[in-house]
Design a protein around this ligand. Sequence first.
Ligand code: ADP
Ligand code: BMX
Ligand code: ZN
Length: 290
Amino acid sequence: MGRGLALDIGGTKIASAIVTDEGALIQRQQIATPRGGTQQLSAALATLIAPYRHQADFIGVASTGIIDKGRLTALNPANLGGLADFPLQDCLQSIADLPCVLLNDGQAAAWAEYQPLKESSDSIVFVTVSTGVGGGIILNKKLLVGNGGLAGHIGHTLSDPLGPWCGCGRRGCVESVASGTAIGAATQEWTQPAPAATVFALARDGDTQAQAIVQRSATAIAHLLADMTIALDLETAILGGSVGLAAGYLEQVIHAQSLLPAIYRLPVRAAYHRQDSGLLGAALWARATL
Ligand code: ADP
Ligand code: BMX
Ligand code: ZN
């Protein structure tokens, strides 16, 4: 199938790379996700794709949002600066005339993370704690995509019925409590509101308010994993995204799990491919599909 041009479109950043036959990522690039709307997103994708289109035989895309029939529909439009609907396949095809396969970012990352576990596991969940909270489920060796692309949107299961409003229109989704955006939003009452990375740094320095915000996020993720394992009888959970991979976060999720009855405790570890799970998963899925 040859070389793939992989893209990972998140609410905060868009990454791209050429993925070789051997699965190596080269020419990796990253830009901030534009927040202006359709034209800005199209232009950003063109910037990343156009210079490399002659080096690739196909395009594989992992993207935030519900990916169905070539369109991106946001479940939480706030994560994309209000963009609710985007003709992703048409946009890519107008930039490069290459075969193109699209997948949700959590689903794609789950697929990449499952590859080294294939021999030992049948059923796993991947959770990205990032701009939002996304996910992907491998059940009995099959990636769940769903008839409408919705499978794995576990960030929109309930964490707290009295919690913050989620951009999807429901109150108290895991995403509204645990995501990087939620961590930043929880500082809005502070004299100096701070983004998630600063909240983590403050927590590490002993700031109790910051520690409570990080702990609330990690506890919500531990309960999410408990709900997933009790519903699906999973063997392993993988954590990704900038919050999920932040120093000390995994340990806090494991601590919150340790407070639950044993049946709810799913072994959890950090993404093997770190920030590249989505890129790699997009290329592997495209290669397997085409
Ligand atoms: P995307 O959502 O585009 O995939 P990321 O995985 O980088 O991107 O997640 C972005 C979120 O992670 C933002 O809310 C940002 O504030 C937060 N974040 C970025 N860097 C860090 C860090 N070092 N520690 C904790 N949170 C971070
Ligand atoms: C949101 C949703 C999911 C996505 C998840 C993680 C939108 C635009 N996105 O729950 O489709 O998988 O965020 O996305 O509705 P990320 O941007 O945090 O990587
Ligand atoms: Zn929601």
